[in-house]
Design a protein around this ligand. Structure first.
Ligand SMILES: [Cu+2]
Length: 318
């Protein structure tokens, strides 16, 4: 073989190796994801975006990632039709979960596509979630999957509650603002509002949760047996000064010891989180769980949230 043809063969081999190295992941993914799909199977790809808290059907790439206004995916499935749902992440680890449809939890890692095939057996509108903490927008990372009989139009998507849109961008109150203002901001910016509702009114449904809906937080003044507005004011002032314990023995608030022990119990739940008990013990884990805030909120911030909650009137009928 001449030098020239040896060189040509080497070049060709190198090119082949490079092409194979580039193509292998695509081939592998294609093979993994396409083989075995029954003919006529629909494919829906949901990509997670942490920066804006979305599962979107749009293709996410380096150019549009920071656009932040991806429409939340609202897939409409057909009753009885097998559909391949592909779960992808454009950034960090997310978890896709639609418990009412028996989908997930499915972990989504950047660079990998997971797939599950669903054949919906009931019509309706079913929520989906991300259940891995992926940043402040995480708590709004939800949407709906509609299931309709063939040929029937799906109902329009439920509107997003005005106070929960882009909550993580709520403007921070100036330094020196009242503690309750800071608490209100934290309640929005950290996404508490997405589960506990605007104004802490609760009511967000939590699938297979023993209590049905996420509890209201407005009305914790009643739980602390602070029935007089003056007493609430005294407690909020003490929190703003830095300690509620300092009030012990120095206040005429009736049952102050109960207020104090409830305050510590509420603090503990915020710091340590709590597990949402199942309604049906054999059913799926409720998607909404109170996360652990210790390390993510300072003691002062937790007091600010409690001070804010104390100023909220109890929900009507509570
Ligand atoms: Cu997420």
């Amino acid at each position: 073989m001449s030098d020239k043809s040896l060189e040509a063969a080497a070049t060709a081999t190198t090119a082949l190796v490079i092409a194979a190295a580039i193509g292998a992941p695509f081939w592998y993914q294609r093979r993994q994801l396409h083989e075995g799909l029954p003919p006529g199977t629909r494919v829906i790809t949901l990509t997670a975006v942490a920066s804006s808290g979305h599962w979107t059907e749009e293709a996410v790439n380096g150019e549009n990632y920071w656009r932040r206004d991806f429409p939340a995916a609202r897939p409409v499935l057909t009753l009885g039709q097998p559909t391949a749902i592909r779960i992808a992440s454009s950034d960090v680890t997310h978890v896709f979960y639609a418990p009412a449809l028996g989908i997930g939890p499915i972990e989504a890692y950047p660079g990998h596509v997971r797939e599950t095939i669903v054949t919906p057996s009931k019509a309706g509108v079913f929520p989906y979630y991300c259940t891995a903490f992926c940043g402040n927008p995480h708590f709004g990372m939800r949407g709906e999957i509609a299931v309709e009989p063939a040929g029937q139009a799906a109902p329009p998507p439920a509107p997003v509650a005005p106070g929960t849109k882009d909550y993580w961008e709520a403007p921070q109150p100036p330094a020196g603002a009242p503690l309750t203002e800071r608490g209100k901001w934290i309640f929005l910016e950290r996404g508490c509002v997405t589960c506990h509702g605007e104004g802490g009114r609760g009511g967000v449904q939590n699938f297979n949760y023993a209590r049905g809906a996420v509890p209201a937080l407005a009305g914790i003044s009643d739980r602390m047996m602070l029935y007089e507005p003056e007493d609430v004011k005294t407690v909020v002032t003490a929190l703003a000064k830095g300690s509620l314990d300092a009030l012990a023995g120095k206040t005429d608030i009736p049952h102050f010891e109960i207020a104090l022990s409830q305050y510590h119990a509420i603090r503990a739940v915020i710091q340590n989180g709590s597990v949402s008990a199942k309604k049906d013990p054999t059913g799926p884990t409720p998607p909404l769980q109170m996360p652990t805030w210790a390390g993510r909120l300072s003691d002062r911030d937790i007091d600010a949230v409690i001070a804010y909650l104390l100023t909220l009137p109890p929900p009507a009928g509570a």
